[in-house]
Design a protein around this ligand. Structure first.
Ligand code: FE2
Length: 370
């Protein structure tokens, strides 16, 4: 009996809901007709609180509504390479390219062009020796050694090793080494040991993330820089405090606290990117470059908080599953990355070389340097 009553209540509820849906649909359709009769501007279609779809769409439009340009596709065909695109605006596996041994200039230029168009590229089954990986990196410029990690046999190799005593710690969205005055152009990482599952690296498009910001915030950021330093390497990675004298020596040798813009103009593509590392940036350090005045601390922290929420949006990302011998080559000026820490207590070993970059700058679209 009680079941029958409950069913009849359910039926009454559904009648009400169905009627409500009809009324709402009719009202929305009417509103839509009115709106269609005039031009809707982009701010109406994409409200400030959700411009993610716009970020992807406009970045893809800037790419000619195609994953790669026709000329790059033709170069791939001429070299016998095949593209496998992982994301809408970023991330491409280049198949049928062998990175062992000497590369022709044409092949290196093709790889560089693909990196610029796709922001992060991948190769599989390469299994380069440390020296081969360094030699490959050197084809793209000078290399940056890394002072805070475990060097490999070759000093330009950084070994990123995680196991049961060292759980994966790169699981925060970031672009590499913003504590440097001239942060590395790009990083080339090869997987040497892969966990049985997990351990993927995700990449996020910094140009799309910029485009997806509310217009007022984009404008506000034009004249703002913040101070970056490597404090996290001097404290939290070590269970005990490092000797004070050693810390002081390091700070004297390697600049501690460098200013970088939050918007970065890509020196090769000219695109504007959202540029920050939440661990290196001092969240309370933002200042206006025109006056030199510091922002109110609360505003500074709030801007950083909002900006750190942009890259994690899945729409801006692609995800790469490592296998032994896989290589990822990312453009630090165009993407952020995040190494999923989901394979503990298993071991994961990557070897990374970094190609030297230049000092970040921001130019408005009218060409004004700020
Ligand atoms: Fe990194």
């Amino acid at each position: 009996m009680s079941e029958a009553i409950s069913k009849s209540e359910q039926a009454r509820y559904n009648e009400l809901v169905i009627e409500t849906a009809r009324q709402l649909h009719t009202a929305r359709r009417e509103k839509h007709r009115q709106v269609q009769s005039r031009e809707r501007d982009i701010d109406e279609i994409f409200p400030d609180y959700n411009r993610v779809g716009l970020g992807v769409a406009l970045e893809y439009e800037a790419m000619g509504n195609q994953a790669v340009s026709e000329s790059l596709q033709a170069r791939a065909a001429a070299l016998g390479a095949r593209f496998e695109h992982l994301g809408t605006t970023l991330g491409t596996v280049i198949h049928n390219v062998d990175l062992q041994g000497e590369q022709s200039t044409e092949q290196i230029e093709f790889i560089r062009a693909t990196l610029l168009e796709r922001k992060v590229i991948f190769f599989r089954g390469q299994n380069l020796t440390q020296n081969e990986q360094v030699a490959f990196g050197e084809r793209f410029g000078e290399l940056d050694a890394f002072p805070f990690g475990k060097p490999g046999e070759n000093p330009y190799i950084l070994e990123i090793i995680h196991d049961k005593d060292h759980p994966g710690a790169e699981n925060g969205w970031h672009t590499d080494v913003t504590w440097m005055e001239r942060p590395s152009l790009g990083s080339i990482a090869q997987c040497v040991e892969v966990p049985p599952y997990g351990g993927d690296t995700l990449f996020s498009d910094s140009a799309a993330a910029y485009i997806g910001l509310p217009a007022a915030l984009q404008k506000r950021l034009q004249h703002i820089e913040g101070i970056n330093d490597y404090r996290i390497f001097l404290t939290t990675r070590s269970p005990e405090e490092l000797p004070v004298e050693l810390v002081e020596q390091i700070k004297q040798k390697i600049p501690f606290g460098v200013s970088h813009p939050l918007l970065r103009t890509h020196p090769e593509t000219g695109k504007t990117s959202l540029y920050l590392h939440g661990g290196f940036l001092r969240h309370d350090s933002l200042y206006d470059t025109r006056s030199g005045d510091a922002l109110d601390v609360r505003e500074s922290k709030e801007i950083v908080r909002v900006l750190l929420q942009q890259h994690p949006r899945p729409e801006y990302t692609c995800r790469f599953k490592w296998s032994k011998g896989s290589i990822a080559f990312w453009d630090n000026r165009a993407v952020q990355h995040y190494a999923a820490s989901d394979y503990y207590p298993h071991r994961r070993l990557l070897r990374r070389v970094t190609v030297s970059g230049d000092r970040p700058f921001y130019k408005t679209h009218s060409g004004e340097s700020v």
